[in-house]
Design a protein around this ligand. Structure first.
Ligand SMILES: Nc1ncnc2c1ncn2[C@@H]1O[C@H](COP(=O)(O)OP(=O)(O)OP(=O)(O)O)[C@@H](O)[C@H]1O
Ligand SMILES: [Mg+2]
Length: 967
């Protein structure tokens, strides 16, 4: 009974009830009379609470606190609490105030004696007490939480808001019963009915046989929420109006109320409504019996059975067994006569809650069916077996989960808009259970869960928790252990962690029999898994955190010991358990190993998640250099995946780098600081901070030993900046130095190999300087190198730079070859930044309207992401596309933007070309002077290639070439 001793986390409804102005009452009634009144009040209130299976938790002077849903979970705890409250208020001779709230509490017995009161802690209780104090005399106030859970079942009214601590809450007053009696009713707005054609056909076939005079019994069985009631409802809708339908239902708290579902059948047959007085109800039964031309004495038995007045007083003298037999007879005759010659469907819902008397009646009643046109249609949850199994005219429809297609249809109908990916993720989580599907979709739509739907909606939670709570203590402990181990777990590990007396395997087999678990076959290790992922989550959520941490710690230790030699093989499992244990620091090395493995699989997102988990553990530890070193190591490792996934300019990467540099500095780790600065340089550079970037790069060079690998990194950064600033000779020299110094296996902290990146970039400098052959060979060399190291991000970088080289050279076929591969790489690995390069260059290579769209989209993506480097170049490609497609005005405006971008951000290498292109839109004189100025700029940069283009245009306008440039 570990769970009960240690306490659990439960969804409950808490009811506080208090007598109004009791001290005044003592004066009024005198102490003796007062005592009697109070005594009666408590006796009646207790009866009401127990009737709905609540527990009185505490007596508080002239009132008490009661819990519904604990110690045993009830899926309808809120409804029970409100029913009990209405019952108490109606019976009390004194005025009471009642407050109810629903939510999560920690429930546990205090002391060793399990029979002592359960005590609930937390805000849920505080609010309930506060609502009680705020209630008007005679009123029942419920919180919005509670009201949401019982919506439709009661009539409620708004009342004045109530202050609780710092918050204002808006309670509702319960005025009486509402119109709803079940989760679904005809007239409700429901999701489209789907995926049950076969079952409907089966029911229709049974109805045809019934119509021929041979009654049938069909049970519809399935887990909670699988759609038993809905199937019955749709079937009845189709059958009516040719067929009469009579309906009765069992209630979750009705197992001790004899004849409950039968009374409802009779009430429906006789037209008795909820508002009818007992006298009127009795009269209606009598009228019905007469109308059906039955013996009037039958009415006495029925009224007696249902506790209605005016039964025959002589009955009291009879043997109860005789009374019962005659009552059964009377019910049978009434129901059969009601059917008459027209077929009738008698629907009895939720047989798993049936009272014993009603069950015995039905067992006998089915024997009469073969010769009357009555179809008994009963719904019940898996686990219940009806008393009539095995007769030729009885059968059972066991509902299966809905197909993925049907599931998606339900989810899509609830989600506004066409979020297909979201719909299928939810559909998967709901695993074919339409109730779960609807609730998950609603929670997602109303944003009560995050996108991944991490929390289980309360409505679903309640249903599952109630099932788990009904398990015997050993099975419950076993399912809790299983929940800690995960959706799927090995029997071996579970047995090692298990400390119960009963062998675990036997318990798991029982849970398998109850369909909580499934066994997975065909694996080397014996493995069990939860049939439904939500069951695991609910079992897990129900445990106290301390207990979960303890079990996770034990599981981690077991894996660590039994797999000592291959610990890092199991790093994901160890990281999972230790990070949830009482000592999460033990998870850090395993999280790092797991993240590395994820990165090796190019699963950058996963790697980032694991690193972040490690980070949050480390950050919560005591400050000190040990802690700082650990944090630094994680930051160093997470930068590259962050860059690949979100791009250089992402704020998250920038924050990571700034923290990295600060930590490295405070720890005196110069090399780490230099590497971090190179990454920060890249981030600033891509943000378009060219001048800033150059300074950062120079700072690195000052930090590192000349000629070292790290000096290679610094030269790379300086080289890139210099090219961009239009200092081409200087830029090329640094890039070549970088490739030499950092040759071989040296990786930049941005996740690219230094020689690949430098060589690829040097190609641009070569081309601008008029060395076309060197440009092409550097481009090929970078791509070849990248292919040889088998790293997709590195290859993406080499291809992206290569595509620019091809564009500069106007080599359309090489461009389209490489750009296709680039786009494919970026989309299959989710690379952010170079994806946009691919789009623009691909767009440009199309040269038609479709290309414009691609380029525009990508340029806007870059801007939104804060990446402004090379913007003049990208805009000039777009302008070229626009001009080719006769959109001259747009082209000219785009070139104007490019000019501004170049000057604002010192992005100067492409400026001569932008000016040259812009001259095409000028008047003759202005054009000539703009071309001359472009030629001067190109010449000052040593940009032979761009200078030639200017000269060519000037020559076209009849002007001689400029003096030669000296690179
Ligand atoms: N085939 C279906 N297509 C669309 N929606 C469905 C389907 N079956 C059930 N639903 C919806 O799913 C929800 C749950 O269904 P229902 O109430 O019939 O389940 P149940 O099996 O009777 O559950 P319980 O055992 O709790 O009574 C309802 O809102 C219902 O409208
Ligand atoms: Mg149902």
């Amino acid at each position: 009974m570990r769970g009960a001793i240690e306490g659990e986390r439960k969804q409950v409804s808490v009811l506080f009830c208090d007598i109004v102005a009791s001290s005044a009452l003592v004066g009024e009634l005198g102490p003796e009379e007062f005592h009697l009144v109070i005594d009666r009040f408590f006796r009646d209130a207790l009866t009401e609470v127990h009737r709905y299976e609540g527990t009185i938790n505490q007596f508080l002077g002239d009132g008490f606190m009661a819990l519904f849903g604990a110690p045993m979970a009830h899926e309808d705890h809120a409804r029970r609490a409100v029913l009990a409250a209405l019952g108490i208020a109606a019976r009390a001779e004194v005025k009471v105030r009642i407050g109810i709230n629903s939510g999560l509490v920690v429930v546990g017995a205090i002391g060793d004696d399990l029979r002592v009161d359960y005590t609930a802690f937390g805000d849920t209780t505080v609010l309930a007490a506060r609502l009680q104090a705020a209630a008007a005399p005679g009123a029942v106030l419920v919180s919005r939480q509670t009201a949401g859970l019982v919506s439709g079942y009661f009539q409620v009214e708004e009342v004045a808001p109530v202050k609780v601590k710092e918050r204002t809450v808006y309670p509702l007053r319960v005025m009486g019963l509402g119109t709803r009696t079940a989760r679904i009713a005809s007239g409700d707005e429901m999701s489209p009915f789907t995926g049950r054609d076969h079952e409907l056909a089966e029911l229709q076939r049974a109805l045809e046989v019934t119509a021929d005079g041979e009654g049938q019994v069909i049970g519809v069985a399935g887990d909670p929420g699988l759609g038993k009631s809905r199937l019955a409802l749709e079937f009845c809708r189709l059958a009516e109006p040719d067929v009469a339908v009579l309906e009765g239902r069992c209630l979750s708290y009705g197992a001790s109320i004899a004849y409950l579902p039968l009374f409802e059948l009779v009430r429906n047959a006789c037209g008795i409504t909820a508002d009818d007085s007992p006298e009127l109800a009795a009269r209606k039964i009598e009228l019905k019996i007469k109308a059906l031309e039955l013996d009037v004495s039958l009415a006495h038995y029925l009224r007696h059975a249902f506790g209605l007045p005016a039964g025959d007083p002589a009955l009291a003298a009879l043997d109860p067994r005789i009374i019962r037999a005659r009552t059964f007879g009377a019910l049978s005759r009434l129901l059969v006569a009601q059917a008459g010659h027209r077929p009738m469907v008698m629907l009895v819902e939720d047989l798993h809650w049936i009272d014993q008397t009603s069950e015995e009646f039905l067992a006998g009643f089915v024997n009469e069916l073969p010769s009357v046109p009555v179809m008994l249609l009963a719904t019940y949850r898996s686990g219940y077996s009806p008393p009539w199994i095995g007769k030729s005219y009885t059968s059972q429809l066991a509902l299966r989960p809905l197909s993925p297609a049907a599931s998606e249809k339900i989810v899509a109908s609830l989600l506004a808009g066409g979020d297909r990916a979201g719909a299928s993720a939810i559909a998967e989580r709901g695993e074919g259970n339409p109730f779960f599907l609807e609730e998950l979709a609603r929670a997602n739509r109303d944003q009560t869960t995050d996108a991944a739907g991490v929390t289980v909606p309360q409505t679903v939670q309640q249903v599952l928790a109630a099932r788990i709570d009904r398990l015997p203590a050993d099975q419950k402990a076993a399912i809790q252990l299983a929940a800690v181990l995960g959706r799927e777990f090995s029997l071996g590990l579970a047995e090692e962690v298990w400390d119960g007396d009963v062998p675990l395997e036997a318990l798991l087999q029982e849970l398998k029999g109850l369909e909580f678990l499934r066994e997975r076959h065909g694996l080397a290790e014996r493995t069990f898994m939860f049939s439904h992922v939500l069951t695991r989550e609910v079992a897990y959520d129900g445990m106290l955190e301390a207990r979960r941490r303890e079990l996770h710690g034990q599981a981690g230790a077991c894996v660590e010991h039994s797999q000592a030699s291959q610990r890092f093989e199991h790093c994901e499992l160890l990281a999972y358990h230790y990070s949830r244990s009482a000592d999460p620091a033990r998870a850090v090395p395993y999280l790092a190993a797991a993240a590395d493995r994820a990165k090796d699989r190019y699963a950058n997102e996963e790697a980032i998640r694991l690193h972040k988990e490690a980070l949050s553990i480390v950050q919560s530890q005591a400050a000190g250099s040990e802690r700082d070193s650990q944090e630094l190591a994680i930051l160093e490792a997470v930068a590259a995946p962050l860059n690949a996934r979100y791009g250089y300019a992402s704020p998250e990467l920038q924050q990571t780098l700034e923290r990295w540099i600060a930590l490295a500095e405070s720890l005196g780790r110069n090399d780490s600081m230099a590497a971090g600065l190179v990454a920060l340089w890249a981030s600033r550079f891509v943000q378009g901070r060219s001048a800033d970037g150059y300074q950062t790069a120079s700072r690195v060079l000052a930090l590192v030993a000349p000629g070292s690998e790290l000096a290679g990194h610094a030269h790379f950064a300086i080289g890139g900046s210099a090219v961009t600033l239009g200092r081409l000779v200087e830029g090329r020299r640094h890039l070549e130095l970088a490739a030499d110094l950092a040759g071989g296996a040296v990786w930049l902290s941005t996740g690219v190999r230094a020689d690949v990146h430098s060589t690829a970039w040097a190609a641009h400098a070569h081309w601008l300087l008029g060395r076309d052959t060197e440009a092409l060979s550097a481009c090929h060399k970078a791509i070849k190198l990248a292919r040889s190291i088998d790293d997709p991000f590195c290859l993406a970088v080499a291809l992206a730079y290569g595509c620019i080289t091809h564009q500069l050279r106007h080599d359309m076929s090489a461009l389209s070859n490489n750009v296709g591969e680039l786009r494919e790489l970026c989309s299959s690995y989710g690379f952010a930044y170079y994806r946009e390069w691919g789009l623009i260059l691909d767009g440009w290579s199309h040269q038609d309207e479709s290309g414009i769209g691609l380029a525009q989209q990508a340029i806007s993506n870059l801007k939104v992401g804060g990446s402004f480097a090379r913007m003049p170049y990208w805009l000039s490609l777009l302008a070229d596309l626009l001009a080719r497609n006769d959109r001259r005005d747009a082209a000219r405006a785009t070139l104007d933007d490019a000019l501004i971008a170049a000057r604002d951000r010192d992005d100067l290498w492409w400026l001569p070309e932008v000016m040259r292109m812009r001259a095409a839109y000028d008047e003759e004189q202005a054009a000539i002077s703009r071309l001359r100025s472009a030629a001067q700029t190109a010449s000052a940069q040593g940009s032979v290639a761009l200078l030639r283009r200017c000269e060519h245009d000037l020559a076209g306008r009849g002007f001689a070439s400029q003096p030669p440039v000296i690179p």
